[in-house]
Write a protein that binds this ligand. Structure first.
Ligand SMILES: NC(=O)c1ccc[n+]([C@@H]2O[C@H](COP(=O)([O-])OP(=O)(O)OC[C@H]3O[C@@H](n4cnc5c(N)ncnc54)[C@H](O)[C@@H]3O)[C@@H](O)[C@H]2O)c1
Length: 258
C-alpha cells in the first residue's frame, strides 16, 4: 500500500521539535517530500537528517514565520527542491512566559505571541495559496491551533491567539473552497514537548496534573497530533474543510460527571 501522502510535497513550520518533528517523520514515512522549516536551523537539520536516515526525503531550512519573506523562501525551497507544494502545515507556535498572568502580559509579549501564533499562520496561508494558485488550484493547508482555541483552557492571551487560528480556519476555508484548497486545523490539548519551556516533558507532576483534565486520562503525544494532521492533509479528507479537529482526549466534549 502506498503512503497517504505518496508523491506530495509538504512544508512544515516549527519542524525542529515536538509536533512539527513528529509530523516531518510521519509525513515522510507516508511518502511526502518534506521541507522542515524552523527558526532553529540546527534542530530542523537534525530532523531532516532523521527523515533521510529513515529512507525519506527532506530538507531543513531556517524560517522565521513572523517574516513573510522567510515563509515565502521556505515555500520556494519546496518548489526548487521537489517541484511543487501540496501541503502547508502551519504548526509553529509559542506561548506566554511561564506564570505570566493576563494582567502582567505587556505589549511586547503580546506583540511577539501574536506575530508567531497569528501572523505566522497567516503568512503560511498566504504563501501557500499563492503557490497553489500558480499550480492551477488544489492543495491542503493544516494549522496546529489548540483546544484553547475551542474552549476556555489555560492562558488567556495564548487562548485568544489560538481562537484567532480556529476562526481563520473556518473563514479562509470558505474563501478558497472554490479553488479546491482545503483548510483545517488540529486542536491538541497538553503535549510533552519543548512548548512553554518543556514543563510537561520535565515534570511528572505537571504531566499528571494536565492529564487529569483530559477525560481519557493522559497527555497527548505529539505523534497523535501529527497523525490527525496527516489525515487532514491527505486525500482521505478530500471533502473536509473548515474543520477544527480536537486531539484532546475528550477535553472539548465537556466535563464528565463522576
Ligand atoms: N505542547 C502543548 O501542550 C500544545 C498544546 C496545544 C497546542 N500546541 C501547539 O502546538 C504547536 C507545536 O508546538 P510544540 O508543542 O511542538 O512545541 P515545541 O516548542 O516543541 O515546538 C515548536 C517549534 O516551533 C519553532 N518556532 C518558534 N517560533 C518560531 C518562529 N518564529 N518561526 C519558526 N519556527 C518557530 C520552535 O523553534 C520549535 O521548534 C504550536 O503551535 C503550539 O501552540 C501545543
Amino acid at each position: 500500500m502506498q503512503g497517504l501522502l505518496h508523491g506530495k510535497v509538504a512544508v512544515i513550520t516549527g519542524a525542529g521539535s515536538g509536533v512539527g518533528r513528529a509530523a516531518a517523520l510521519l509525513f515522510a514515512g507516508h511518502g511526502a517530500k518534506v521541507v522542515a522549516a524552523d527558526i532553529n536551523l540546527e534542530g530542523v537539520e537534525a530532523v531532516a537528517a532523521e527523515v533521510v536516515a529513515n529512507g525519506g526525503e527532506a530538507v531543513g531550512v531556517h524560517c522565521d514565520v513572523t517574516d513573510a519573506a522567510s515563509v515565502d523562501a521556505a515555500v520556494a525551497k519546496a518548489v526548487e527542491a521537489f517541484g511543487r507544494l501540496d501541503v502547508m502545515y502551519n504548526n509553529a507556535g509559542i506561548t506566554t512566559k511561564a506564570g505570566q498572568g493576563f494582567l502582567e502580559t505587556g505589549d511586547a509579549d503580546l506583540a511577539t505571541l501574536t506575530a508567531v501564533n497569528v501572523g505566522g499562520v497567516i503568512h503560511g496561508c498566504q504563501s501557500a495559496i499563492r503557490q497553489f494558485d500558480a499550480q492551477g488550484g488544489g492543495g491542503a493547508i493544516v494549522m496546529t491551533a489548540s483546544v484553547a482555541g475551542l474552549v476556555g483552557f489555560g492562558g488567556v492571551v495564548y487562548g485568544s491567539s489560538k481562537g484567532a487560528v480556529t476562526s481563520l480556519t473556518r473563514t479562509l476555508a470558505l474563501e478558497v473552497a472554490r479553488k479546491g484548497i482545503r483548510v483545517n486545523s488540529v486542536c491538541p490539548a497538553g503535549m510533552p514537548t519543548n512548548f512553554g519551556g518543556g514543563i510537561l516533558k520535565a515534570s511528572d507532576a505537571a504531566r499528571q496534573h494536565t492529564a487529569s483534565h483530559h477525560p481519557l486520562g493522559r497527555v497527548i503525544e505529539p505523534e497523535e497530533c501529527a497523525a490527525a494532521a496527516l489525515f487532514l492533509a491527505s486525500d482521505l479528507a478530500s471533502n473536509i474543510t473548515g474543520v477544527n479537529l480536537p486531539v484532546d482526549g475528550g477535553l472539548a466534549a465537556g466535563k464528565p460527571i463522576v
